[in-house]
Design a protein around this ligand. Structure first.
Ligand SMILES: N[C@@H](CCC(=O)N[C@@H](CS)C(=O)NCC(=O)O)C(=O)O
Length: 218
């Protein structure tokens, strides 16, 4: 097996890459991060920053979910092209990918990780700012996605790989206002995409570990 993925199915950034792999039925070996000390040691040696996912392709370590998906498109292309060939369209895709990571995934993680801190280390101001940022990001997305099937138009892309998991978890900790019907419909659509539905299903056994408590839906 030439592709190894160090990941955990419940991690949002890992799901982002799993979507890309599933879209093109790209074969890979999952190196499940967790209780296995040997896998943990391998991961630590290959990527001391210890942020998952990490792809290893013929011995070469590729980090950062967006870069991993770009790498897959270059080295293991499939039927579904997640970065458009046209450079202008590609830029639109990368902008939305950055938006989802920076303004949805990041504040969502800040809220979630605050739950696992000791009470004396909690960061109420950071958490309040994260909720406010999500409100602004949701409103911007609701307007931006109007009339589109996927994040940048009619083709599923890298931006949707980021949009699915980020909105999936963000809505759990900061529900999308029902008035933002476009954004809610987009989240529902991406959840129904078979590649993401599969990633969500594979992560179901871990829901009880969600620090704020997982809602009984999705
Ligand atoms: N920018 C990175 C972020 C990866 C990331 O934050 N991964 C989380 C899991 S979703 C992680 O490894 N957290 C472990 C930790 O913070 O120690 C990417 O796009 O891959």
């Amino acid at each position: 097996m030439s592709l190894l993925l160090y990941a955990h199915p419940f991690s949002s950034y890992c799901q982002k890459v799993l979507i890309a792999l599933y879209e093109n039925a790209t074969p890979f070996e999952l190196r499940l991060l967790g209780p296995d000390a040997e896998i943990e040691a391998e991961f630590q040696a290959r990527w001391p920053l210890r942020r998952m996912p990490l792809l290893v392709d013929k011995g070469r370590a590729v980090a950062e979910s967006s870069i991993i998906i770009e790498h897959l498109g270059l080295e293991h292309p499939g039927r579904v092209r997640l970065i458009p060939e046209d450079p202008r369209r590609a830029l639109d895709v990368r902008m939305l990918d950055r938006f989802f990571d920076g303004y949805v995934m990041t504040p969502m993680q800040r809220i979630v990780f605050d739950f696992i801190r000791a009470p004396e280390n909690r960061d109420p101001k950071g958490v309040a700012d994260a909720h406010a940022l999500l409100d602004t990001a949701y409103r911007w997305l609701d307007a931006e996605l109007a009339g589109r099937e996927w994040a940048v138009g009619s083709a599923f892309s890298l931006a949707d790989c980021a949009g699915g998991p980020s909105l999936f978890y963000a809505d759990w900790v900061h529900p999308i206002d029902p008035a933002l019907a476009t954004l809610r419909a987009y989240r529902k659509r991406v959840l129904a995409r078979p590649s993401f539905a599969r990633a969500v299903d594979e992560a179901r056994p871990y829901r009880s570990y969600f620090p704020p408590g997982a809602p009984d839906r999705d």
